[in-house]
Structures are given as C-alpha cells and as structure tokens.
Write a protein that binds this ligand. Structure first.
Ligand code: ATP
Ligand code: MG
Length: 221
C-alpha cells in the first residue's frame, strides 16, 4: 500500500489542489491520497477561514468522482491547532508497517517547514513529496528547485545531497525529500476569496459543485 497525506487549509479546495494530487498519484504510483483539512490553522489569520464543516463538505463535493482521493477529518476531530507531526503519527499507527507513506506539499509550504512543530522529527518519520508551484519569489520551477536546494542546505541539513536517479534529496538520518515537477496551476485559495469579495467569477478555478456550495452558503463574501 502506498499512501499520500496532503494537508492544507482548503479554504476553499480548488482545481490547483486536485490537479496536483492527481499528478502525484500517477507519478508516485500511490494507491490513495488523503486530503486532510486543518483545524484552526496555526499559520493563518482566524476569521478569514470558513468553518471546518464547510471546508470538509467542499472537499467531499470536489473529490466525489475522483478515484484515489479521499478525505480525512482527523485534524478536525482533534482539539486545538493541527500539527502535522501528530497527524502523521496517527496515520503511521493505523497503517500496516510496510505501507509507504508520503507527505505531499507545494514548494511554498515546504519552504516554511522550519517553522513547523518538531520539523526535524517530521523529516525523520516520513518521506516528503514537494510539488512545484508558481510563486512570485521564483520565475519558474527550475529557479524554485534552486531555492529549495539552498534552503535545505542552509536551514535543514547542511549535508543534503541530490540523488538525480530518484529525483530526491537525501538528508543524513532523514527520509528522502522527493521533488515532483508538475506543471502546477496558478490558482490559490487566496485568489479565489479575493475574486468572491469583488463579486467576480470563480467558475474556472473550482469544480462546479464547489462554486455552487460557496454561492449557496454565501461563503467568503
Ligand atoms: P491560501 O492561498 O489560503 O494559502 P492555497 O491555495 O495555498 O491557499 P492551501 O490550503 O494553503 O491552499 O494549500 C494546501 C497545500 O496545497 C499546500 O501544500 C500548497 O502548497 C498546495 N497547493 C495549493 N495550491 C496549489 C497549486 N495550485 N498547485 C500545487 N500545489 C498547491
Ligand atoms: Mg497556502
């Protein structure tokens, strides 16, 4: 069994998340990816985040017809802010010992990993898949990967080495950090929330069922 864990605020879920997840499933031959919405996200301003049950519902609507993607509410059912270290320990305790488990995130999220609780333990306990994602800080994916390399060496582990055959970084005493060169869609939840505020169309950015739910509930107005 090969499992991916893909956490986020999903405020709301969008086509960028769905496309990225479907590419990772294919390229890493995963059986399943769990989308894991965070409770009170430690890095986000409270108040701008839709209620957990709405974010969960939108994920369920978005993935209803996509095989291989499922949702997990473990973080929503845990009191207090969600920490990824607790989540991966939960999954490791429930999955078979020989299951391959990967923590999936965009490059923007990985470049903040040093601020996450117990991040060194996290790198020890689970392999990462870092996906390319357009960002103002780098012009293209190649430049993004160069930034990643500098970040790994300067902030996480000075001995990190790139293994070109497996397209991963190897860090002493840690699990591999794979890079996944998807042609990511330039979509963010922030952009979607801004468009809704300006009463503009979000139809190309989220599945129709999600757009319908947002409209029905009057979210992000
Ligand atoms: P926000 O703008 O509110 O931060 P977001 O679009 O970044 O929202 P998150 O819920 O913060 O979405 O992201 C969850 C995870 O999905 C992160 O690891 C992020 O890097 C990744 N991700 C988000 N959008 C994309 C995208 N378009 N392509 C690839 N990965 C993405
Ligand atoms: Mg984000």
């Amino acid at each position: 069994m090969r499992i991916g864990l893909f956490g986020g605020t999903f405020n709301p879920i969008h086509r960028g998340h769905l496309y990225a997840a479907s590419e990772v499933i294919k390229r890493f031959h995963l059986d399943q990816i769990f989308l894991i919405p965070a409770a009170l996200p430690p890095h986000k301003t409270p108040g701008l985040v839709a209620r957990a049950e709405d974010r969960l519902k939108m994920i369920n609507l978005a993935i209803a017809d996509i095989s291989g993607l499922t949702v997990s509410d473990v973080e929503l059912n845990r009191p207090g802010p969600s920490y990824t270290i607790d989540t991966i320990r939960h999954f490791k305790s429930t999955l078979a010992n020989d299951a391959g488990i990967y923590l999936i995130m965009g490059l923007d999220a990985f470049l903040e990993i040093h601020t996450w609780k117990s991040h060194q333990d996290l790198l020890e306990e689970i392999a990462f898949i870092v996906m390319a994602r357009p960002d103002d800080d780098y012009a293209d994916a190649q430049q993004g990967w160069r930034i990643l390399e500098v970040y790994l060496k300067s902030t996480l582990s000075s001995d990190s080495q790139f293994d070109a055959e497996l397209a991963c970084y190897r860090l002493e005493g840690k699990q591999p950090v794979y890079i996944c060169d998807i042609k990511a869609l330039d979509i963010s939840s922030t952009k979607i929330r801004e468009l809704i505020k300006k009463k503009q169309n979000i139809e190309n950015l989220v599945p129709p069922e999600v757009a319908g739910y947002i409209g029905l509930k009057g979210l992000y107005k």
